[in-house]
Design a protein around this ligand. Structure first.
Ligand code: KE4
Length: 429
């Protein structure tokens, strides 16, 4: 594959944008190559400036569950843009979105729209702190909740990939209020409650972690967190920015049958446009301004254009439940194909998958916690990534991310992906 145009664009971009990208996860530093500059998408395919075609499994980091250039979303956007882009005033479409979310996710009785997953999680912990009048939060090493100050301590995703899980620039006073526990380790949480119980406002976690690669929470772990937070008058916040509407229509909480106090959304909820949301129990959400004292605001929150894209996506998913059966079937085929190839190539690798989000880890055994994730061979992942890209398969450029199957990946895509995986693994063996 040629990347001449992307390479010159990257040099130009680096003059004006830090690292040439508007989000570090896109920089391709860890996979040792220039990021292709994308220009077009159609269904399961994306195309870069040099005309290379890829089967896309990054999916804009999750939102494009219906694939690229989806007609229903496009028509919804066109109709909205023909009337107005935005007012900074309430619109009926925002009620439609709020009602739909509360219908799809029963634990959400009230919801506030924001513009990113980071805004959703930042707002949710401020609300938790204001509601409980406590300062500390518990997060888990390897979990990523966006770039809010309270979260960039032992964070996952791009922070982990770049080797800076705890970012400079965060005052000690803030960092000291973030307690770190170990994912899937209830004892580590119990110990923090024993020590700080009367000052812990909330526990926040990815119910199925995608940001250290895919590592699902164990049922017992989640149930224990629910009980510990209840016993200590703390809130349980599920960060479903990635898992919401992805692993099931009603998210990971419907798979685990856990009712959180607050849930954070992003990605799919915007259908590819910048949207986030947080919501939960009415008595808690009624503490949010302007009816309550806890302030949170946003110029473009609930923007009609973004709402149209989100509504078109959620309504399509809600009225076509077979989409999730198809996602499970296709994702399982990919997983099984990869496992066959791992076995036959003799490469040390393991796969974690929940529905249409999965990760191939270059380590062996059961990858069920951050310590085991960290044993992954990231240089092997980089070689694997480059081989898959050369075969026209576009994966996340990091071992510590999830890849996503969309509703429009076809049999040919799946066969090509499994073949490319086989080639890449044998090149490593
Ligand atoms: P945003 O602020 O990037 O919209 O959402 C932050 C966020 C919060 N919670 C979870 C569980 C998330 O996965 C994210 C964002 N995910 C990363 C990829 N793993 C976004 C990619 C990027 O940073 O460019």
């Amino acid at each position: 594959m040629k990347f001449d145009k992307s390479q010159s664009l990257f040099e130009e971009a680096k003059k004006y944008i830090p690292g040439g990208v508007n989000s570090p996860a896109r920089a391709f530093k860890e996979v040792g190559m220039t990021p292709p500059f994308m220009v077009r998408g159609q269904n399961s395919k994306i195309y870069d400036e040099d005309g290379n075609e890829y089967i896309d499994y990054v999916s804009s980091w999750g939102p494009m569950i219906l694939g690229h250039n989806n007609e229903v979303i496009k028509d919804a956007l066109k109709s909205q843009i023909d009337t107005a882009i935005g007012f900074g005033a309430p619109t009926a479409i925002e009620i439609e979105m709020a009602k739909l979310i509360t219908k799809i996710v029963p634990s959400v009785e009230m919801v506030r729209m924001v513009n990113s997953g980071t805004e959703a999680t930042m707002s949710a912990i401020r609300l938790a702190r204001g509601y409980t009048e406590k300062d500390k939060i518990i997060k888990f090493a390897g979990n990523y909740h966006g770039h809010g100050d309270s979260f960039l301590i032992q964070a996952g995703s791009g922070a982990l990939t770049s080797g800076v899980p705890s970012s400079p620039g965060i005052p000690e006073g803030i960092a000291n209020n973030t307690l770190i526990a170990n994912y899937n380790d209830s004892t580590s949480v119990q110990e923090l409650f024993n020590k700080y119980g009367d000052d812990i406002a909330a526990v926040i976690l990815e119910p199925i972690c995608g940001n250290m690669g895919v590592v699902p929470a164990k049922q017992e772990f989640l149930s224990t967190l629910r009980k510990l937070t209840e016993d200590n008058n703390s809130l349980l916040i599920l960060d479903e920015v990635m898992t919401g509407f992805r692993v099931a229509l009603s998210g990971a909480q419907s798979l685990y049958k856990i009712t959180p106090d607050l849930t954070c959304f992003g990605k799919i909820i915007g259908g590819g446009l910048p949207v986030g949301a947080y919501g939960g129990k009415r008595e808690i959400m009624e503490k949010v301004a302007p009816i309550g004292p806890i302030y949170q605001a946003g110029t473009l929150s609930g923007n009609p254009v973004a709402m149209r894209a989100g509504l078109a996506t959620l309504n399509t998913l809600k009225s076509n439940p077979d989409i999730y059966l198809k996602l499970e079937e296709n994702s399982k085929r990919i997983e099984e194909g990869f496992l066959r190839n791992i076995k036959e190539s003799g490469i040390n690798a393991a796969i974690n998958r929940v529905s249409s989000m999965m990760t191939l880890f270059f380590t062996d055994g059961c990858v069920d916690c951050f310590e085991k994730v960290k044993q992954s061979d990231t240089s092997k992942y980089a070689k694997y990534f480059r081989s898959m890209l050369e075969s026209g398969i576009y994966l996340p450029p990091s071992q510590f991310e999830a890849f996503f199957v969309s509703a429009v990946h076809i049999d040919e895509d799946i066969e090509r992906t499994i073949d490319a995986n086989r080639k890449a693994l044998f090149e490593l063996s």
